[in-house]
Write a protein that binds this ligand. Structure first.
Ligand SMILES: Cc1cc2nc3c(=O)[nH]c(=O)nc-3n(C[C@H](O)[C@H](O)[C@H](O)COP(=O)(O)O)c2cc1C
Length: 328
């Protein structure tokens, strides 16, 4: 329980395979899939969970949008059996909408409620949502308190960044405020809002925050196979973002399991899961952005990607994928 940072000597994969707890919810290992709107739908989360991610999180969902039109958010709230722990990420800036949203039946199935306080997108920030809350710690605390009071005992967590403006670093104070308000774990991306996704994630700050709070601190930013050995000991667990796009089996390799179905098998399963969860049209359109990542370095990949742009039938898509990737 608590932040439970592993410092004992053991191999990296042994350490990563140890469970930890967010309040009383057991997370089977130390690797999570960071939420990425437009990518981490139920299909990608299923692949990551099958590959070994201990925790997966939905794409961000508007608390206010849920209250006004929950049906429109159905697709975002889909989860799969492979996700052992179900975690929904909500965004907004009005405590009352979080409170109301948590009364809705469609959120009852989630084991963990995460609040987005890190999104840098101008449209979101302009509304006072996402990373704008870093500039308003008292409102951020009110939101955490409102959620903790309405979650029926389920843990409420926050995902945030180290600061808002360039060179601003308020991570220790802000995360302490969140913990005091009732956050049961915090995922900290080691960049400011001003940095967006550029530059390097500040893991010294992540380690400092991990030392300063007593709840689990999930470090995030540039986590990959090459650096994970150096990062263990600096946070309770590690959220993998962009490196998992086009490579959901990264979790399997990092936890020392190597039973990947291979590139062709993974892409075909991804397409199949998209069709199963969201239908034929969604699968054909949405696999396109993943293909750019899957096909990095694949011979004939460019042609395959270009050819996929016009395919609107899953059987045709599968045949095209088999033809190109099968040969590699
Ligand atoms: C396309 C994209 C969409 C994202 N959407 C979300 C989101 O919905 N919620 C969230 O908390 N973070 C979101 N993020 C941020 C990631 O969760 C993560 O913090 C960031 O990519 C840094 O991790 P990385 O260096 O491993 O990619 C998004 C990032 C990307 C690239």
């Amino acid at each position: 329980m608590g932040k439970d940072i592993i410092t004992t000597a053991a191999s990296a994969s042994d350490k990563l395979n140890r469970p930890f707890y967010i309040k009383d919810v057991k997370i089977k290992n130390r690797l999570t899939l960071a939420p990425m709107a437009g990518f981490t739908d139920a299909a990608m989360r299923t692949l990551a969970a099958e590959g070994g991610a201990g925790l997966t999180v939905t794409e961000m969902v508007s608390a206010k949008g849920l209250v006004y039109n929950a049906e429109k958010c159905e697709g975002l709230l889909l989860t799969s059996a492979a996700e052992g722990v179900r975690c929904v990420q909500l965004f907004g800036h009005e405590p009352e909408f979080f409170r109301e949203a948590l009364k809705l039946d469609c959120l009852k199935k989630f084991d963990v409620i995460d609040i987005n306080m890190g999104c840098p997108v101008p449209k979101i920030v302009k509304n006072g949502d996402g990373s704008a809350l870093i500039k308003n710690p008292s409102l951020a605390a009110e939101i955490v308190k409102a959620c903790a009071a309405s979650s029926g005992g389920r843990p409420v967590t926050v995902k945030t960044r180290i600061g808002f403006d360039k060179d601003e670093n308020v991570a220790v104070e802000f995360c302490r405020t969140l913990e005091k308000a009732g956050a049961a774990a915090i995922t900290l991306h080691g960049r400011t809002r001003a940095q967006g996704y550029g530059g390097q994630s500040d893991w010294d700050t992540i380690a400092r925050v991990a030392d300063s709070v007593s709840v689990p601190l999930i470090g995030n930013g540039d986590v990959c196979e090459e650096n994970i050995g150096d990062l263990i000991g600096r946070a309770t667990a590690f959220a993998v973002g962009r490196r998992a796009i086009g490579d959901p089996w990264i979790f399997s390799r990092m936890t020392g399991k190597t039973d990947s179905p291979g590139l062709c098998g993974t892409v075909l399963r991804h397409i199949g899961l998209m069709r199963e969860y969201y239908g034929e049209h969604y699968a054909c359109v949405n696999i396109r952005k993943h293909m750019g990542y899957y096909l990095r370095g694949v011979r004939g990949g460019k042609e395959l990607k270009a050819g996929l742009m016009t395919i609107d039938c899953v059987d045709e898509l599968i045949a095209a994928v088999r033809k190109i990737i099968g040969q590699n």
